[in-house]
Design a protein around this ligand. Sequence first.
Ligand SMILES: [Zn+2]
Length: 473
Amino acid sequence: MLLKYKYKLKPHKSQTIIIANWLEMARKQYNYRLAERLNWFEATRTPVNACPLNISVVPVDQIYQNIPEFRIQTRDGRKKDSNGNPITKKGDQHPNIVSGYVVWETVQLADLAQTKKLFPEYKSMHSQVLQDVIQRVQTTMDNFTKPDQKGKTSGRPKFKGRHYYNSFSYPQFSNANIVKNANGRFCINLPKIGLVPFVYNRSIPLGFKVKTGTVIREVDGYYISFTVEDKTVPVEVAEIQPTLKNSKGIDLGLLHYAVTSDGEFIEVPKFFRFSENKLSKLQVRLAKKQKHSQPWKILKGKIAKLHQLIARQRLDWQFKLAYHLLSDCQVIFLEDLQIASLVRRCKAKLGDNGQFLPNGQSAKSGLNKSLQDAAFGQFVQVLEYVAWKLGKRIIKVDPKGTSQHCWECLNKVSKSLSDRWHSCPKCGQELDRDYNSALLIQKIGLLSTQEEDITSVKTAVSFSLAEESLFFP
Ligand SMILES: [Zn+2]
């Protein structure tokens, strides 16, 4: 079981300077290494429609000219075989190019020695923190080039601007890094920075070991986030058989934040509107200031703090809501929403002369903003976490058709987004459309756990038709 624990750091002035320096150095290193990777990536590839299949675009020797063929190990490896001899020894040669591909991570890790020679300030940085920067470049390039389980890749990695690189990590941490200083104050021993006081407001759970530590810069100061692990605690989810009594269905939406199948309507709390009004007023004032002037910077800081406040209020409220929803049931059925595809931009429409035609994006932007504000993705994560903690269960249901069909007879009643009321001509059901969806989600969820063939509204409809034909041939 892996958890994350976050604490506020209270560094001295001298420590703050070191941390800020390290962040800037890490950012520069990150951008340089990313450029190396992207240059290589672009030099060795052509667009699909212009690809000469039989020859390399760039001469092969030119591709490899700056990359040494081998990396020579400088000291014995830590891992040992059964006789106690190190598996890899000093002087061993490791190839940098394996079957035509450059092993970039090791090439760049080995090149750090060169960086330290050229820029001696990097010697003051903890070596593992510096190595972690290269690991981050590797991860972003992997996300860019290797498709995930759904066949999707993330976009081209971006270079990080001044305010966009806000954390560095120590990959090897332990409980021994949490100590008390001479005054009896709790401190974190950050190697090469020193004892940094921090607010130890909740202790690491018993039996859990601190694995890594990440220093994070936020608008109101610095934080440290630990990953803590206890391998003996199982991660498994509770196996509860859902029934009509112990379960509920939940429909998430923008008009009501959530509607449950018990008929409970949950509204977005008013303090969000209040903070939003405050935010828009500040933004109007900011627009009138001269960019990068002192008053502009002060206002900018205020806005950033307000954004942080809103994010924290939202998370806090979502946790309270999750506990409330799970207080009187064992299983919750939820739509399996694809937030990313909901928020996607509309496709551009081009006219005859290549000019852009209206494509409805401005109307959708308003909807997208509300969807992002509502943070349903985060709420689903919170709900799953709370359910796991309480030993309860969350089951996701295919959302297709849950707003269009009648929960009682599964008859299709077409509605547009603005139709708020569901009235079924077949069985005479009269109720709010979101309430209908919540009831339908519960029904489909229950059916899907009882019948193997049913996974969505569509299969449920065909199943009920087949059943009807048995009784009324
Ligand atoms: Zn009906």
